[in-house]
Design a protein around this ligand. Structure first.
Ligand SMILES: Nc1ncnc2c1ncn2[C@@H]1O[C@H](COP(=O)(O)OP(=O)(O)OP(=O)(O)O)[C@@H](O)[C@H]1O
Ligand SMILES: [Mg+2]
Length: 308
């Protein structure tokens, strides 16, 4: 296949026609050195995003709920066993584990989305405890399911998010600047005036919806961004694009904690820290060393350990 034809096919069909992935040392990997060849490969712009760097620490975090059927006595059930960890600015912490292992529960506890009687343990930011309003100001949560209004366009959605966040304390020009910056950061310029869509109307794609959900939270420029399964349900090119956005945000100073299922080797290479949950407890956590091969080996060793 000629180069021009091949480039056109890649543009049309994305990852499908790419050659098989070969594990290369990090410094030689195409994502770092070669020119981008598809829209999903384009480096995500992170310009203009200025955030206050903030680390997050948690220790002995547990979540217990009460369960019981009709006319049955309610009994406590621990759905997250004591869990400790840290996340630093500029680092991408990936949390993995099988379905039902407690990933969303951990993120909910970290983001203070559970009632206080369920959660025990300590969450601090740079060593300090935050009030609920301080936490709301500095921490954003992107849930597993997108909750967007189908009738609005991408721009309208972000304008509303900006108005909700800043009210009328900012001018129209500043609002437009904030919205444009969020659109550019997540690479949604080409779909800026497309409706989100719902079951009755076709709108932006699933990957674009995930990126729009991210953009909505980025409007307030949170120091800590917690994202639940940003790539679930996406094809490999869209998943890669979303994760490139997250790594670009890390480089801009955000602290990012994300859960993820079945990352490709390219996505694996983007993690700085890794935490594995199994049966609602933390099995292991690693802070990665910079070589790509080590990451794969460590992850494989963990996986074997989990199975035995
Ligand atoms: N309110 C509740 N009452 C009883 N059990 C609960 C409650 N909330 C969560 N659980 C249980 O806690 C466990 C962890 O749930 P969680 O949603 O955190 O899993 P997960 O790792 O995010 O899974 P997935 O990958 O499928 O999203 C599950 O077994 C779930 O059934
Ligand atoms: Mg979950």
């Amino acid at each position: 296949m000629g180069n021009a034809l091949r480039a056109r096919h890649i543009a049309l069909y994305g990852e499908a026609l790419r050659p098989p992935t070969v594990l290369l040392p990090l410094d030689k990997h195409p994502q770092r050195s070669d020119p981008p060849s598809s829209p999903a490969d384009r480096p995500a712009p992170a310009h203009g995003v200025q955030v206050a760097p903030l680390s997050m620490e948690w220790s002995d975090l547990t979540v217990t709920v009460k369960i019981g059927g009709f006319l049955k006595k309610k009994v406590p059930l621990q759905i997250l066993a004591p869990c400790s960890g840290t996340a630093s600015p500029g680092d991408l912490l990936a949390i993995m584990g099988p379905s039902g292992s407690g990933k969303t529960t951990l993120l909910d506890a970290l983001a203070n989305r559970l009632t206080s009687d369920k959660v025990k343990g300590k969450v601090t930011y740079g060593g300090a405890t935050f009030s609920a309003s301080e936490q709301h100001k500095h921490v954003s949560y992107v849930a597993q399911d997108d909750s967007l209004m189908g009738v609005f366009t991408v721009t309208e959605t972000l304008v509303q998010a900006a108005r909700f966040c800043y009210g009328y304390s900012i001018s129209g020009a500043k609002l437009t600047e904030i919205v444009d910056e969020a659109i550019e950061t997540v690479g949604l310029a080409s779909a800026a005036h497309t409706i989100v869509g719902d079951i009755f109307r076709k709108g932006i794609s699933g990957g674009q919806k995930r990126r729009l959900s991210l953009a909505v939270e980025l409007i307030k420029k949170p120091s800590v961004l917690i994202v639940d399964e940003p790539t679930s349900g996406l094809d490999s090119a869209s998943a890669y694009g979303v994760m490139r956005n997250l790594t670009a945000l890390c480089k801009a100073g955000h602290t990012i904690i994300t859960t993820i299922h079945q990352p490709s080797s390219e996505i694996y290479g983007m993690f700085d820290q890794f935490m594995l949950l199994s049966k609602v407890r933390t099995v292991h956590s690693i802070t990665y060393t910079p070589t790509r091969h080590t990451r794969g080996e460590e992850a494989f060793a963990l996986w074997l350990r989990l199975r035995s």
